[in-house]
Structures are given as structure tokens and as C-alpha cells.
Design a protein around this ligand. Structure first.
Ligand code: CAA
Length: 380
């Protein structure tokens, strides 16, 4: 057993770290305040090959796998979580299912553009009435001649504003149990009848776009079906196994940023004639943050490694997200407490970390859903 990173992974981490520290850290506050990621960042990510990390080389990707992706995501999110979720969703929720379930034609059509960053992807499952109960979705795809007509409104879609391709989950059969009548479709966002609706104003991750998607008679052919008709729901959940590892890595990145900010402040800030790092109350907080982060980081990397071995990782992915996201929120809360009044202002970036951490316990399956998934595995 070797807990160290290979030479290749070390190089990948260092590349991602240099980019994150050099290009993202200076922009992260602006991304948050302007509710938009600097377009130059998308181009830089393309140059670094970060839009195709898990895409096979034959389609122009780096073919590096989920462990490399997790390590890159830790670094990006340590600097800017809005950029981090954009990279995570594109790689884990769009490229990965296309690689796994796509036909040769679908892969040839979409993967080179996705891997190069020419277009970005988004994943659309949720609706107003189906969040945690994802299978309750109501938007429909109706058979019409030799194709399909898509109708309905989807919600909370990350990267919707920029995406050129959406993988959308639609009800194709209302006569069977709800999880058995859903199909995944690949829909170009320039399709007639498709539009991006309301953009959400969020507590955190403000740089990343989260929007409603509206489908009004959008026509697609059979070649838009990803996987089998009516068998899309297992694809949605298996895709989320990978996505949850990505969000786990995001949470580690945010938590790490909180720890580093806390250590820095503990060494600088003086009260009662000493830097506050001299006080045991502060020392214990730092020790708790560091220990929980290290444990969660190992869990995230283990889940990513398992996925790279092609082994089932649903429980491990849920455990990774559960541990990492609760740890990120613990670290963000302690970090803000250590910074006191200063941390509650936007003079320090810790209030952004506090707001950004919160979503990691909500999207890609709330903490309560991760517990449910873990318990279902244990009780099988
Ligand atoms: N992999 C493959 N198949 C799976 C699976 C997995 N991990 N988990 C379940 N399945 C299969 C089951 O075997 C079953 O298949 P059959 O039809 O062949 O029997 C089918 O999927 C339905 O499974 P369940 O009966 O377990 O489904 P359920 O309705 O009880 O739902 C749930 C389970 C865990 C609650 C699920 O609905 C869930 O994960 N909810 C949370 C939704 C979520 O995470 N949404 C994220 C939105 S996307 C997002 O947030 C992205 C973003 O913006 C960043």
C-alpha cells in the first residue's frame, strides 16, 4: 500500500496548483462579486487540457482518470469553487457518461469538442418537484415519427448559461414504476425550442451559472438517446457516483483553503499580548480541521481510485461526499470563528469560503441522501 502520489500525479497536482495560485486566486473574489467567471479562465483551462481529463486520448482527452481529476479539483477549488464546480460537472457528469454509455457516433460527435473546451457540458436531472426524489421528474420526451419531442422545465442546472450540450433526463414512459421510465438525451443547446430560463442568485458559488432550462417542443432523433430508452435513471445515478467524488474533492479544496487562512491568521492576529495561535482554544480548532480534512481526503482519493479500477464505488462515493462536505462546512465555520468580526466582512475571503462550502452538502445529493445511499448498501 502506497499513500504517496506517483510522479505523474505529483506533476498533475503541481500544474493545477500553479494555475490555481497564479490565475484563479487573484480572480476568485471578482468571480464571486461579478457572478461570472472571467472568460479568459475557460481558455486557460482548455490550454491545460482540463476539460478532457477523463476523456480517452483518441478523442483528444488526457485519459487520466478519476484520481487525477480529484487531485486537480482539490487544487482548483482551493482557489475558486465556482471554477471548480464548472470543471467537475463538465468532466464527471457530461464527459464520463458519454465515454461510458455513448455510441461511437455520439463519442465522435461530442467528445473532441468537449475535451478541447470548444463547448462546455451541463447535466440536467432536477425539477421543481424532483430534487432528492430524482425519479419523480415530470418533463417528457414523446415518441414522434422516428424521433422524440422534449417538453418541460428543469431546474438548478450548473453551467447552463455557457453550455453547448446538455445531458437531460426525461420521462419516456409513465405506465411503469417511476425510475423505470426515464431516458437520457444529448441535446445541443442551439436546438429550436430550447432556452435557458431564470438564472439563480445564490448564497455561494456565485461565479458559476445555475439556471432553469426550458424545453418547448425540442425535436431530437434516436441518435440523441444516451444508453437505452427507459433505462436512463440508472445512468443518472451511476454518473452521480463519479460526480459525488468530484464534489468531495471540491469540499477538500475549500476546507484546505479554510485551514490555510486560519493558520495564517493565528500567526498574525494578536490579542491579550500574544498571537492567537498561542491559545489552546485556537490550537484545538486547527488540529480538528487538519485531522478531519486528512481523513476525508484519503476517503475521496480511495473512492476515485476504486472508480478507476472499474469497481463499484456507490457507497464509497457517498461516504466520500458525506465526510468531505461536512468537513468543509466544519472548517469554514471554525475558520470564520477564528477570524471573528473580520471574517464576517468581505475584507477577508473567508466569508466567501463559508458561503461556497454550504452547497457541497446540498447538490449532487444532499448529506441526508448520502446517508440513505450508504445505509441502503449496508442493509442489502
Ligand atoms: N448506479 C447504477 N444504478 C443505480 C445506482 C447507482 N449508483 N443507484 C440506483 N441504481 C438503480 C437501481 O438499481 C434501480 O434500477 P432498476 O430500475 O433496474 O431496479 C434504479 O436505479 C432506481 O434506484 P432506486 O430504487 O434506488 O431509486 P430511488 O428512487 O429510491 O432513488 C436516491 C434513490 C438515492 C434517493 C436518488 O434519487 C438520489 O440519488 N437522489 C438525489 C438526487 C441527486 O443527487 N441529484 C443531484 C442533481 S445534479 C446536481 O446537483 C449537479 C450540480 O448542479 C452540480
Amino acid at each position: 500500500m502506497d499513500f504517496g502520489l506517483t510522479e505523474e500525479l505529483t506533476l498533475i497536482r503541481d500544474t493545477a496548483r500553479d494555475f490555481a495560485e497564479g490565475e484563479l486566486m487573484p480572480r476568485a473574489t471578482r468571480h464571486d462579486r461579478e457572478a461570472k467567471i472571467d472568460p479568459a479562465v475557460f481558455d486557460m483551462l482548455a490550454e491545460l487540457g482540463m476539460w478532457g481529463l477523463t476523456v480517452p486520448e483518441e478523442y483528444g482527452g488526457a485519459e487520466l482518470g478519476n484520481l487525477a481529476l480529484a487531485i486537480v479539483l482539490e487544487e482548483i477549488n482551493r482557489a475558486c469553487a465556482a471554477t471548480g464546480v464548472t470543471v467537475s460537472v463538465h468532466n464527471s457528469l457530461v464527459c464520463s457518461p458519454l465515454v461510458k454509455y455513448g455510441t461511437d457516433e455520439q463519442k465522435k460527435r461530442w467528445l473532441p469538442k468537449l475535451a478541447s473546451g470548444e463547448i462546455l457540458g451541463c447535466y440536467s436531472l432536477s425539477e421543481a418537484g424532483s430534487g432528492s426524489d430524482a425519479a419523480a421528474l415530470k418533463a417528457t420526451a414523446t415518441r414522434d415519427g422516428d424521433g422524440w419531442v422534449l417538453d418541460g422545465t428543469k431546474l438548478w442546472v450548473t453551467t447552463a448559461e455557457q453550455a453547448g450540450l446538455v445531458i437531460v433526463y426525461m420521462r419516456t414512459n409513465a405506465e411503469v414504476p417511476k425510475a423505470k421510465g426515464i431516458t437520457a438525451f444529448l441535446v445541443p443547446t442551439d436546438s429550436p425550442g430550447f432556452k435557458v430560463g431564470k438564472k439563480e442568485i445564490k448564497t455561494g458559488l456565485r461565479g458559476s451559472s445555475t439556471c432553469e432550462l426550458i424545453f418547448e417542443g425540442v425535436r431530437v432523433g434516436d441518435d440523441a438517446v444516451l444508453g437505452e430508452v427507459d433505462r436512463g435513471f440508472p445512468i443518472a445515478l451511476e454518473t452521480l457516483d463519479g460526480g459525488r467524488i468530484g464534489i468531495g474533492a471540491q469540499a477538500i479544496g475549500i476546507g484546505q483553503a479554510c485551514l490555510e487562512a486560519s493558520v495564517r491568521y493565528a500567526k498574525e492576529r494578536e490579542q491579550f499580548g500574544k498571537t492567537i495561535g498561542h491559545f489552546q482554544a485556537i490550537q484545538w480548532k486547527l488540529a480538528d480541521m487538519s485531522s478531519r480534512l486528512e481523513a476525508a481526503r484519503l476517503k475521496v482519493r480511495e473512492a476515485a481510485w476504486l472508480r478507476d479500477q472499474g469497481q463499484p464505488c456507490g457507497r464509497q462515493a457517498a461516504e466520500a461526499k458525506f465526510l468531505a462536505s461536512t468537513t468543509a462546512n466544519f472548517c469554514a465555520d471554525e475558520c470564520l470563528q477564528i477570524h471573528g468580526g473580520a471574517g464576517y466582512t468581505d475584507d477577508f475571503h473567508v466569508e466567501r469560503l463559508f458561503r461556497d462550502a454550504r452547497i457541497t452538502e446540498i447538490y449532487e445529493g444532499a448529506t441526508d441522501i448520502q446517508r440513505l445511499v450508504i445505509a441502503r448498501h449496508l442493509l442489502r
